[in-house]
Design a protein around this ligand. Sequence first.
Ligand code: SF4
Ligand code: SF4
Length: 386
Amino acid sequence: MAKVSAIRCAQYDDGKLDALMDGHFGHLGIGDGGLAVDGRRVFIKANLLKKSTPDEACVTHPRYVGALARALMSRGASVTVGDSPGGDFSASHLRRVYKGSGYEEVAAEFGFGLSYDTSVTTVGTGPTYKVTKAVLDSDLVVSAAKLKTHALMTYTGAVKNMFGAVPGLTKAQHHMKNRKAFASMLVDVCEAVRPHASFIDGIWGMEGNGPSGGTLRRMDVSVASLSPYAADAAAMALIGLGTGDVPYMAEAAARGLCPALGELEVMPEGFEAMVGAFGVRDYAMPETRMVSLRTVRGFLPERLRRLFGGGARTCPVVARDRCVGCGDCADICPASAVRVMGGAADIETRGCISCFCCHEVCPAKAIDIVPVGKLRKRAAKVGKDG
Ligand code: SF4
Ligand code: SF4
């Protein structure tokens, strides 16, 4: 059985968060038999996808991470927090993201370190991957994820959070893979980094077109486990997703890494009680996932996918009235399908591989996700009207 701790917490209030972490640590035996932390150097891998204020629910809330750091430090660990956000992997970009996301302030207040180490190393047997050295230069790695939907993978939590160990713009190149290969790579990276414990901040989650362009969803729950797969399986069950709905969880299950729901030992009151207390039936999924058949399509070879799924393909479209012309989408696009002209971005749909990296990094929420069929109708209408 894989132990999972699911605890109610309705606010990012320091006292409540301290009690929350004590609860999780007690359930999982962290600092007390389940996972020794005394005298150990811990790297907390937060989800810092991009500079984003905590109330936008795009990044793991800094006070949640602060409470986790405090709980570890009070048990004798030294703590460094970090991530490799989307874009340039440099100390100056890290500083901007830490500051703009509230981490700098919380780190100074609580006395934990922030990582500015931008050195890179290679991991993996068989396929190898470049990852940030800072994550591996520790005794223990802890995943501090955010409960969110994800346009490409449907859901992101503890396992997908480890993709942040891949440095900056290198991430976008991995999106050139097909969906199944990308999912497989996510599991490879998670296995290479192997977080010793995983926490999912679901107090406020993100639904709809996550992981950065969605809308806030209050869930009042925090989920933790020593297994990232068990933590994700439990969190996904709360928003109505099974392993077959999320390509990398399907891959993890196929490799025997992901426990079945019946194998989860959920504390304090069991799986059914957790779902009864926190489960929702109407968590909005990304527009990229309208019917479950789409997920199945992700595992079909490209030619068959086109045959069966062409009409359901979705694409990013720039809303020119919201675009501020920053060029972040063009910088990250692995297919070079974006150009910025006349102060706004333009996406060449034919060259686009629908990886949604542009959608993730856009600071202005100026990129919508639209079914290709609608796009064609829209273009035809413009042609007619124009
Ligand atoms: S334009 Fe297409 S290929 Fe480029 S980042 Fe956006 S979704 Fe990916
Ligand atoms: S679409 Fe977004 S990321 Fe791209 S240039 Fe406009 S504001 Fe910047």
